[in-house]
Design a protein around this ligand. Structure first.
Ligand SMILES: [Zn+2]
Ligand SMILES: [Zn+2]
Length: 282
């Protein structure tokens, strides 16, 4: 199940969803730089419910980038929590899952407290997903990275302490940036998912952000690029020469019914993935 992040700026949501052939899609509920979230109109909700009956699609909203659920500043923390609460409330109307970054600077306990304070709907499974990060070299006083959610140790620590209806989103470009798993190799890709299965639980893994990266392995940088891209300025350091670990990942996600979302705005990714699917199924 492969789809990508679509722009929702100019269209009504129901039109955007019906216009897309994709089995899963991600979009912003409003401006991605402000806390304010857009309300989904009743007519949109009604139309989306109808569409979903005929042709069910997994829907994801990505929260804005200013959100920091681990902020060391109280006003920012409150604004972030309020914004996520209102996004969750809107997303519930169309049973979409909300993706949020794990936050930075204030320490791991801040993130855990935030997650425990949120108003998470209980009408469907995993309304909120925490996305892994590209990590950082810097640490906070508690010994964890200042940008949370890069290492398996941090993911495990957080998921043991937050409500059980919060799920996980893995971004391949972020994993690459951290450098804990060299996902260019199939054995390392397998080790990543073995660890998720044993330390977090496969049911929690609700989404893969499938992006190439032109950052150096272990650089803690986050530089999305097209899958297997040979672009001179930003070539894909993960899969440019060998896509076998990517083929393995597609197969794995197929087995467990985990959707994959591309975030690079690159139509060639769609074609690339479909060529790999054909190869897998041949
Ligand atoms: Zn993200
Ligand atoms: Zn992502």
């Amino acid at each position: 199940m492969y789809g990508y992040h679509v722009s929702s700026a100019s269209l009504s949501l129901d039109k955007m969803i019906s216009d897309n052939e994709l089995p899963c899609l991600q979009f912003y509920l409003g401006n991605n730089k402000t806390y304010q979230r857009r309300k989904i109109k009743d007519i949109e909700v009604k139309n989306i419910q109808l569409l979903q009956k005929d042709n069910y699609k997994r829907l994801f909203t990505h929260s804005p980038y200013c959100i920091n659920l681990a902020s060391d500043k109280d006003d920012m923390l409150t604004k972030s929590q309020n914004s996520i609460n209102s996004e969750l409330q809107e997303a519930e109307k169309i049973q979409a899952q909300v993706v949020v970054h794990m936050g930075s600077l204030g320490g791991i306990q801040k993130l855990i407290d935030s997650c425990n304070n949120l108003q998470i709907p209980d009408s469907y499974k995993y309304p909120l997903l925490l996305e892994c990060s590209s990590g950082s070299k810097k640490k906070t006083k508690d010994g964890f990275s200042s940008k949370l959610g890069g290492t398996m140790r941090e993911l495990e620590y957080v998921f043991e302490r937050i409500p059980s209806n919060i799920g996980l989103c893995i971004d391949t470009a972020h994993v690459w940036g951290v450098g804990e798993y060299n996902i260019q190799e199939m054995s390392e890709m397998r080790r990543l998912f073995d660890d998720i299965i044993s330390k977090i639980g496969i049911d929690k893994l609700q989404l893969i952000h499938l992006n190439g990266s032109c950052a150096e392995f272990g650089s803690f940088l986050d530089r999305h690029t097209g899958l297997g891209s040979t672009d001179e300025k930003c070539y894909d350091r993960i899969w440019k020469d060998d896509a076998s670990s990517l083929a393995w990942l597609l197969q794995f996600c197929g087995e467990y019914n985990i959707p994959l979302i591309g975030e690079t705005d690159d139509i060639s990714d769609y074609k690339y993935v479909h060529r790999l699917y054909e190869y897998i199924n041949s």
